[in-house]
Write a protein that binds this ligand. Structure first.
Ligand code: ADP
Ligand code: MG
Length: 322
């Protein structure tokens, strides 16, 4: 449809790359996978009301639709290269498309990612992005491979995005300090930073890796299922932002860190003999990282409270908000 809209998308997301032989504008794109690399691909769909609240700005949507996909590449240790974008729009709205493409391009440029094609149709607002990246042969990080005795680590801080969602639903705060803290949590929800450099740094070092989209317990559970192991976590060690702690307190912030989804940090395991190498590789990328527990025998993820007893988890992995 709307060639003007597609032209705008092409202009706003322009990113020259030698490996794009033919980009937007023909019946299909022609791409050259670099010699000696494996291709890693992923796709994620965002539906209004299921994955984002009505009223989310177009620029935030453009950023996030790409961010959740780059996070999947990050979890595999892949270097991003190309994307496809399928947009279903209620109407041919040029200002929506401009805002969306600007948000998308802001993140794409940081990773030198080229948008090489897509599809544009009418219907209820729905966005699908497919991404493509590269890894050296055999070096993709997977969910399988964690072994008993491995350390469990996470990047960044946990729980902020879910707290940001709560903040969006509450009336604005009078207290300026609390309002600013809330805003910082909302930005973790709307503008997640995929941990691409960290994923690449962990190639050859992590034994398993996953990105946290559904919540730490749910996603670490995927590593445990795929690897045939269990995990023991220390609640007190879960990394939480100062804003989360101040607004929600110790106990609630732990529950949010365990169950809150949508934060797009990486959770990964490292054999003890490679821990020092992994920590220094991550330090070089500037990515904060925290040890939160160990891989154990069994199949469950268990959490130990500060007093040494088992922590009752009140917030299980969170599917999507409706
Ligand atoms: P066709 O009918 O041959 O699929 P389209 O009119 O759907 O052609 O698309 C024309 C060109 O624009 C194609 O190169 C397609 O990949 C690209 N395109 C369409 N929609 C988008 C979009 N939302 N984002 C990026 N490229 C798009
Ligand atoms: Mg088409």
């Amino acid at each position: 449809m709307e060639f003007r809209l597609i032209d705008r998308i092409r202009e706003l997301t322009a990113q020259p790359r030698d490996d794009v032989r033919l980009g937007i504008g023909d019946d299909a794109a022609v791409l050259a996978v670099p010699a000696g690399q494996e291709l890693v691909v992923a796709i994620d769909t965002m539906v209004e009301g299921t994955h984002f609240l009505p009223g989310t700005t177009p620029a935030d949507l453009g950023w996030k639709a790409l961010a959740v996909n780059l996070s999947d590449l990050a979890a595999m240790g892949a270097t991003p290269a190309w994307a496809l974008l399928a947009l279903t729009l209620p109407k041919a709205d040029a200002s929506f498309v401009d805002g969306f493409a600007e948000g998308f391009a802001q993140l794409a440029q940081r990773h030198r990612l080229a948008l090489v094609g897509g599809d544009t149709t009418g219907g209820p607002l729905c966005i699908s992005v497919a991404v493509h990246g590269f890894v050296p042969p055999g070096q993709a990080l997977t969910r399988a491979g964690a072994q008993v005795g491995d350390e469990v680590l996470v990047t960044g801080t946990l729980g902020d995005a879910l707290a940001g969602l709560y903040a969006l639903r509450e009336p604005p705060h009078d207290d300026r300090r609390r309002a600013a803290l809330r805003q910082s949590l909302i930005e973790r929800l709307t503008r997640p930073e995929p941990r691409v450099a960290a994923g690449i740094a962990l190639r050859g070092l992590a034994s398993a890796c996953v990105d946290i989209s559904d919540g730490l317990l749910a996603d670490l559970g995927h590593i445990c299922d795929a690897s045939g192991v269990g995990a023991g976590l220390e609640a007190a060690q879960l990394p939480r932002s100062p804003a989360l702690r101040e607004l929600h307190g110790e106990d609630k912030s732990i529950q949010l860190a365990l169950g809150g989804g949508d934060n797009y940090e990486l959770c990964f395991t490292v054999p003890p003999e490679r821990l020092a190498a992994a920590l220094s590789a991550l330090a070089e990328t500037g990515c904060p990282v925290t040890r939160i527990g160990r891989i154990v025998e069994g199949r469950d993820v268990r959490v130990r409270a500060a007093d040494g007893g088992a922590l009752a988890v009140t917030m299980k992995g969170w599917e999507h908000f409706a």
